[in-house]
Design a protein around this ligand. Structure first.
Ligand SMILES: [Zn+2]
Length: 293
C-alpha cells in the first residue's frame, strides 16, 4: 500500500466552514515544532474522511495574514503526523481575463514575488538545491482534476500562480508586470508552502478558487470604502465566490476517499526530492535530523 496519510491546508474561509461544522474532526490543537507552534490541527476520521486539517489563517477568523503565517511550523507539524500527501486551497485573484469569478483552477507553475519570508528548512546546511519542475505534484494534480470533474465543477488545470508578499493587494502596474511574466493568478499563500513540502518529500498541490479579477483586469471598478477589497469585487461576484467555498467540504471528502483508494504508489518523484543527498551520505533516513536546528 502506498503511504497515503493526507493533509489539507484550508485557506481564507476555512474557519467559517469549521465554525459551521461543515469541516469537523478531533481537535489535536497546535503542534509544537522547532519553528514554533503550528496552527491547531484537526483529525477527521470516519468512513468518508481520514485526514488531518488545519486552517492557515486561524481557527476563529482571519487572524494570521499571509505574510505572517508560520508556514514552516504548519508543514513540519503535518509531516510529523506522517502526512506525505498535502493539498492546500487558496483564493487568488485572476490576472488571466478568461478565468471566471468562482471557478476552480489547479495551478501548474508558480512565480515567487514574496519578500523576507522564512522560506526553507535548510538554513545554510549545504543541502536544499532542489529542482522545481514539476512545481506541483503532477499525480496529485491529476487526482484533483478527476475529482473536480466528477463533481461537475468548472475548472482549469494549467495556470501560473504569482505569489506576492501582502498583506496589501497589488498595484495596477504590478499586475501588468505579472501578466507579462505569464502569470494567470495572483495570491499570497502558496509560497513558501509548496517549496517546504518538497524539502520534506511530500506530494503537494493546490486548489484555487478565483475571488476577483486582479487590479486593472476586466472592467474598471471604483474604489468603494468599506466594501470587500474596496470594491474590486461586486456583491454578485462574492455570491459566486461563496458558492465555490461551500463546495470545499465535499471536495476534500471526495479527494481523501479517492487518494485512500489508490493501490499503487503515485507516479511522481515527490517522495525522492532529497535522494541525491541521501545517496551521498549527507543525510540519513530520519527527516527530522535533516532540518534539526
Ligand atoms: Zn507527488
Amino acid at each position: 500500500m502506498p503511504d497515503t496519510t493526507i493533509g489539507f491546508i484550508g485557506g481564507s474561509v476555512a474557519y467559517r466552514l469549521m465554525s459551521e461544522n461543515k469541516i469537523t474532526g478531533r481537535r489535536l490543537g497546535p503542534r509544537p515544532t522547532p519553528y514554533g507552534d503550528s496552527q491547531p490541527i484537526f483529525h477527521c476520521t470516519g468512513p468518508q474522511c481520514n485526514y488531518y486539517f488545519l486552517s492557515r489563517h486561524g481557527e476563529r477568523g482571519y487572524e494570521t495574514t499571509a505574510p505572517y503565517v508560520n508556514y514552516r511550523a504548519n508543514v513540519y507539524a503535518l509531516r510529523d503526523l506522517d502526512v506525505r500527501t498535502l493539498i492546500a486551497w487558496s483564493g487568488p485573484g485572476a490576472i488571466n481575463p478568461n478565468f471566471q469569478i468562482g471557478q476552480f483552477v489547479i495551478p501548474d507553475d508558480l512565480i515567487d514575488e514574496t519578500k523576507n519570508r522564512p522560506h526553507t528548512f535548510y538554513e545554510n546546511k549545504g543541502i536544499g538545491f532542489v529542482r522545481q519542475h514539476p512545481t506541483f505534484c503532477p499525480a496529485l494534480r491529476r487526482t484533483i482534476s478527476e475529482t473536480l470533474g466528477a463533481l461537475g465543477l468548472q475548472y482549469d488545470d494549467d495556470a501560473t500562480y504569482v505569489c506576492t508578499q501582502g498583506p496589501r493587494l497589488e498595484t495596477r502596474a504590478e499586475i501588468r508586470k505579472f501578466a507579462q511574466y505569464g502569470g494567470d493568478l495572483v495570491g499570497m499563500t502558496l509560497v513558501p508552502e509548496v517549496f517546504l513540502a518538497k524539502e520534506l518529500e511530500m506530494c503537494y498541490a493546490a486548489i484555487c478558487y478565483v475571488t476577483n479579477h486582479a487590479e486593472g483586469v476586466g472592467p474598471q471598478r471604483d474604489f468603494r470604502p468599506g466594501a470587500l477589497f474596496e470594491g474590486l469585487a461586486s456583491p454578485e461576484e462574492m455570491k459566486r465566490v461563496n458558492a465555490a467555498v461551500e463546495r470545499f467540504p465535499e471536495i476534500i471528502a471526495r479527494l481523501a476517499t479517492a487518494i485512500a483508494r489508490q493501490t499503487t504508489p503515485p507516479e511522481c518523484a515527490c517522495h525522492h526530492t532529497m535522494e541525491r543527498y541521501r545517496q551521498r551520505g549527507d543525510i540519513g533516513e530520519d527527516w527530522r535530523e535533516w532540518v534539526a536546528r
